[in-house]
Design a binder for this molecule. Structure first.
Ligand code: AMP
Ligand code: MN
Ligand code: MN
Ligand code: MN
Length: 282
């Protein structure tokens, strides 16, 4: 399937530095084994794994783009903006991400309080036990604890019955602004990409507004082929890329061999008529 014009690029995944379960090195090996040519590790709000990922990728003769997935609050909802090709030592983005991570500990305590009231004790310590990076305790770590405790059979069930709006363990949170997230990425020399647009709870007018605002402030890309899109959504967001002149990205959003439906690098190629986000890095 691969050719020079269509490399196997996987530009979205997570390590133990955020809410994945594999180390950056193990991810690099898995990507290589799956035929990935161009890889980016995009941990949530964290650059701590970037040097390890880049070194491991280069040792395996894969091209590498430094990456991040920034949590953003827009119109009172959480969206994710991926930054690709950033300078991972840039102080502006390092400081911005530090502030973005800051509230996670307190949020986690409040989530645990709610779960306790719902009859599930020990969730803070339990989630922390799953967190490879205590600065980055996330809902995914709580989900793993609820599965371990037998409350749900898998994390998919957790995210239907807990930790989401209207269910026990949901704590609203103010993340970075869209403007700040895009500005940090741009200042660090990277390209900002709207992550998994098919997952947001907005109507089409609101999505249009998101694309316009994002473009106005210098956002350049959108994920078209991602682990969380259906084939129909590949079409839908391919059209959005054309309509708004966005670069198209491709990434599995891999977290864990058992939890993730889609493995590193194992997803359809970008449609030929779209401009790949990696074209700007050559
Ligand atoms: P947080 O940043 O703490 O709000 O956690 C967000 C993470 O939870 C996402 O990056 C996913 O890894 C995970 N997540 C959110 N919703 C779902 C879902 N419906 N199914 C599986 N994982 C989810
Ligand atoms: Mn995640
Ligand atoms: Mn995401
Ligand atoms: Mn992700």
């Amino acid at each position: 399937m691969s050719s020079l014009s269509s490399p196997n690029a996987d530009l979205h995944c997570h390590s133990v530095v955020s809410d994945g379960t594999l180390t950056p090195e193990a991810l690099a090996e898995r990507a290589k084994a799956n035929g990935v040519h161009l890889w980016a590790l995009t941990d949530h709000d964290e650059l701590g794994g970037q040097k390890r990922a880049k070194d491991a990728a280069h040792a395996l003769k894969m091209d590498y783009l430094s990456g991040v997935e920034i949590s953003v609050t827009w119109m009172n909802q959480t969206i994710h903006i991926v930054g690709l090709g950033i300078d991972a030592d840039h102080q502006g983005i390092i400081e911005g991400l530090r502030r973005t991570r800051e509230g996670r500990g307190n949020r986690a305590q409040l989530m645990a309080d709610q779960l306790l009231k719902a009859g599930i004790p020990g969730a803070y310590e339990g989630a922390l036990h799953f967190a490879g990076n205590h600065q980055l305790i996330s809902r995914t770590h709580f989900a793993r604890y609820l599965v371990e405790q037998g409350v749900c059979k898998d994390t998919e069930h957790v995210f239907k019955n807990y930790l989401v709006e209207g269910k026990p363990g949901f704590v609203p949170h103010q993340w970075a602004s869209l403007e700040d997230a895009v500005a940090w990425i741009k200042a660090a020399g990277g390209v900002a990409v709207i992550a998994h647009p098919g997952r947001y709870p907005f109507n089409s007018m609101q999505m249009d507004e998101l694309y316009k605002q994002f473009k106005d402030i210098g956002g350049l890309g959108i994920e078209v082929i991602t682990g969380s899109h259906s084939p129909d959504q590949y079409q839908t967001y391919g059209k959005v890329a054309l309509q708004y002149g966005f670069l198209a990205s491709r990434g599995s959003d891999f977290h864990d061999p058992n939890e993730s439906h889609i493995d590193l690098g194992v997803l359809p190629h970008l449609p030929d008529h779209l401009t790949p986000v990696w074209s700007v890095f050559h």
